[in-house]
Design a protein around this ligand. Structure first.
Ligand code: UT7
Length: 331
């Protein structure tokens, strides 16, 4: 099979995670749960929570600055900012315009992607298209979530799972040495739209006092529905992206999967016939940070030297929508 030639490549990575840490044992005091339940069912031990007054756009900007510095460019060099988030500063305008303003990247397109946990893979795929078409040269792609403010802290089925944080990459044109985004694929299936929702606050259910009392403005999830489809779809999307790259799973050096549940990741590893040691894991530390989870884990592994230039890395993510996707990148 002829290997695909990348058109865009990752020039730098960055992340920001809030300092405040909430341990499973802290949650035992808030809801009817236990450290052992959370650890055994999910792999999560801690999650980072944004400080009071800290904004989604603050975290996104910090991660963006870190990625720009790693890429060796300034905000003025950017042609576009794409932010994957479902927890922006406000429903209107896009979180990305606040990031643009805070970075000082004037008069370039800046927009949000609403693909939940798949937001980063969606953003990467869109950025790759703009660069491939020649319509943009340097694109900042950020995954950021401040989920702690849209969780129902009385609902043990959701509040123990999620955390806050931001990760980012700067994409630029590939230089013909084979490094870059080799293949990337995105998918959605609205049949499971009701399994992971914030039901209130939109046009179908404008918020009322009663709605707020019933936490209709907070995350609701039927975890089992998502779990089953996550294992199947993450595996199939990964195989499709690998096929597009002219590779098999055996060619991969690392997999950076969305960190929703260690059991999901383990089952995907088994389906791809890969050892868990090939997966970058940080769910223990951050929980599920939705669109931020892949770029945070990527940045950690790049900076600590696990992921090296030339390594073949697979990203895969699935979340509300349901929306999912996978990318193969030669770093
Ligand atoms: O990132 C976005 C996409 N989201 C995901 O990928 C999440 C996918 N789903 C999951 O990861 C898992 O389904 C969960 C971690 C959400 C739940 O794990 P599970 O093994 O599927 O548990 P379950 O929902 O089947 O619940 C089992 C039991 C229930 O009690 P009963 O009915 O058996 O008595 C729950 O009420 O565990 C109970 N339970 C809890 N117990 C202690 C649910 N949450 C908790 C909790 N602490 N926090």
């Amino acid at each position: 099979m002829i290997a695909a030639q990348p058109r865009s490549r990752i020039l730098g990575t960055g992340r920001y995670t809030p300092a405040r840490v909430l341990h499973n044992t802290d949650l035992e005091k808030i809801v009817d749960t236990s450290d052992s339940w959370i650890t055994e069912r999910t792999g999560i031990r801690r999650r980072h929570i944004a400080a009071d007054g800290e904004l989604t756009s603050d975290m996104a900007t910090a991660a963006g600055r870190s990625a720009l510095a790693a890429a060796g460019i300034s905000a003025a060099d950017l042609d576009m900012i794409i932010v994957g988030t479902i927890s922006g500063d406000s429903p209107l305008p896009a979180c990305a315009v606040h990031v643009q303003q805070k970075l000082g990247a004037w008069e370039i397109p800046a927009f949000d992607i609403s693909a939940a946990c798949a937001g980063f893979v969606y953003g990467l795929t869109i950025a790759d298209q703009f660069i491939t078409n020649g319509a943009a040269c340097r694109v900042l792609v950020i995954g950021v979530e401040l989920l702690s403010r849209i969780l129902n802290w009385k609902d043990r089925t959701t509040c123990v799972l999620f955390g806050d944080g931001a990760g980012a990459v700067v994409l630029g044109p590939a230089s013909g040495d084979g490094r870059g985004i080799v293949s990337t694929r995105i998918f959605s299936d609205g049949a499971l739209a009701g399994s992971l929702v914030i039901p209130g606050g939109g046009t179908s259910e404008p918020l009322t006092v009663d709605g707020i009392e019933r936490s209709r403005d907070k995350v609701h999830m039927v975890g089992q529905d998502i779990f089953k489809v996550a294992v199947k779809n993450l595996s199939s999307a990964s195989l499709i992206a690998l096929e597009g790259a002219g590779m098999t799973a055996a060619d991969l050096d690392w997999v950076v999967a969305h960190q929703a549940n260690l059991r999901i990741i383990s089952q995907v590893a088994a389906r791809l016939s890969l050892p868990l040691e090939k997966f970058v894991l940080n769910i223990e530390e951050y929980g599920n940070t939705s669109s931020a989870s892949i770029p945070i884990a990527l940045d950690e592994a790049v900076r600590d030297g696990r992921i090296k230039p030339g390594h073949n890395v697979l990203f895969c993510a699935l979340g509300a929508g349901i929306s999912w996707g996978a990318s193969v990148v030669r770093m």
